[in-house]
Design a protein around this ligand. Sequence first.
Ligand SMILES: Nc1ncnc2c1ncn2[C@@H]1O[C@H](COP(=O)(O)OP(=O)(O)OP(=O)(O)O)[C@@H](O)[C@H]1O
Ligand SMILES: [Mg+2]
Length: 369
Amino acid sequence: MADGKREPSDGEVSREAILAALSQIEDPDLHRDIVSLGFIKDEDINVCAGNVSVRIVLTTPACPVREKMKQQAEELLLALPGIDHAEVNMDAEVRQTTMRGQRPVEGVRNIIAVASNKGGVGKSTLAVNLALALTKFGARVGLMDADLTGPNLPTMMGVEGGSQADTGLSTVERYGVKLASIGFVLKKGVAVVWRGPMIGTGVRQLLHDIPWGAEGELDYLVVDLPPGTSDASMSMAQEAPIAGTVIVTTPNSVSLEDAMKAVMMFEKLQVPVFGVIENMSYFECPHCGERTEIFGHGGAQVTAEELGLDFLGEIPLDVKVRESGDSGVPIMVSDPESPVSKAILEIAQKIAAKTSVQHFFAQTAAASG
Ligand SMILES: Nc1ncnc2c1ncn2[C@@H]1O[C@H](COP(=O)(O)OP(=O)(O)OP(=O)(O)O)[C@@H](O)[C@H]1O
Ligand SMILES: [Mg+2]
């Protein structure tokens, strides 16, 4: 046959019957069946006598229902008459989110920004560990330090500040993540005073002059923003199609008020907000297991609900987080089984799912003109 496809012989199940069976599976985030979403291509169905194999290509490798979907697909195929053996292979290809009127960042499929209005709530810590969490699912990930006046990512990722002072800024690969920070080119102890327009230029250069996709396109570029309604956040919103931003807060009311301001800023800038993360939610005593809610607890969830946003999860306080940030070995690397790492892995899956949904909306909007 010209296209190499094998047509079913007598008594073999047809491709149409296979697709009809699999169309009973709904993507839990997109609320559409996986066949009409294009997750199964014709060439990914192979039938030979009573054996069938199918490849399902999801929109993110960090899909929380991946295994469940595989099982459901195998059961549906085995229920078809004439099928004795069914094999379903799960794969993923992250699609690029583009937004009308915005210049895409070359080599980057989706940008996820980590923000808050308040300083010191854990944005950089989360940006680092979220990026690492996404790589654990098999995604290709970059990490951009948009905090030009206080770049913390080199220290947190164990890259010596100023190491590129004489060579010019480029990415450094660390723990499987491609990282770029202005801290790479600033000599240690040298303070730079940035004026507003310079920050805009800096952000633009980090986005568009760094060859993010040089070794293959990145599925996700996680961006660590400085606190507040800063020039950096505004420039990011103008310069790049942000698939979504996550707002980090601690559970106390002052921080929550600030989180609300951040949400409003992004909504004004027409940047989608994926939801709210509560960091330093509680402290669990490593000796007796007693839980202490140092800043109160649950406030972020209430605030998220009031704002009509999703609550993405809570992360406990753990001294290892601070130590790992200072030592340059993030907790996702030094202690991937810790409650903090597990919480961040779950949040990363939610963010990946939301990115897929955002891609879908953006494409639908583009198609309807
Ligand atoms: N869950 C946590 N448990 C313990 N320490 C934490 C936790 N999250 C963050 N920290 C610590 O709190 C401090 C501030 O965190 P981080 O630098 O990530 O905040 P930030 O919001 O990026 O701050 P800035 O606004 O200055 O950029 C760091 O020392 C970090 O290690
Ligand atoms: Mg920071």
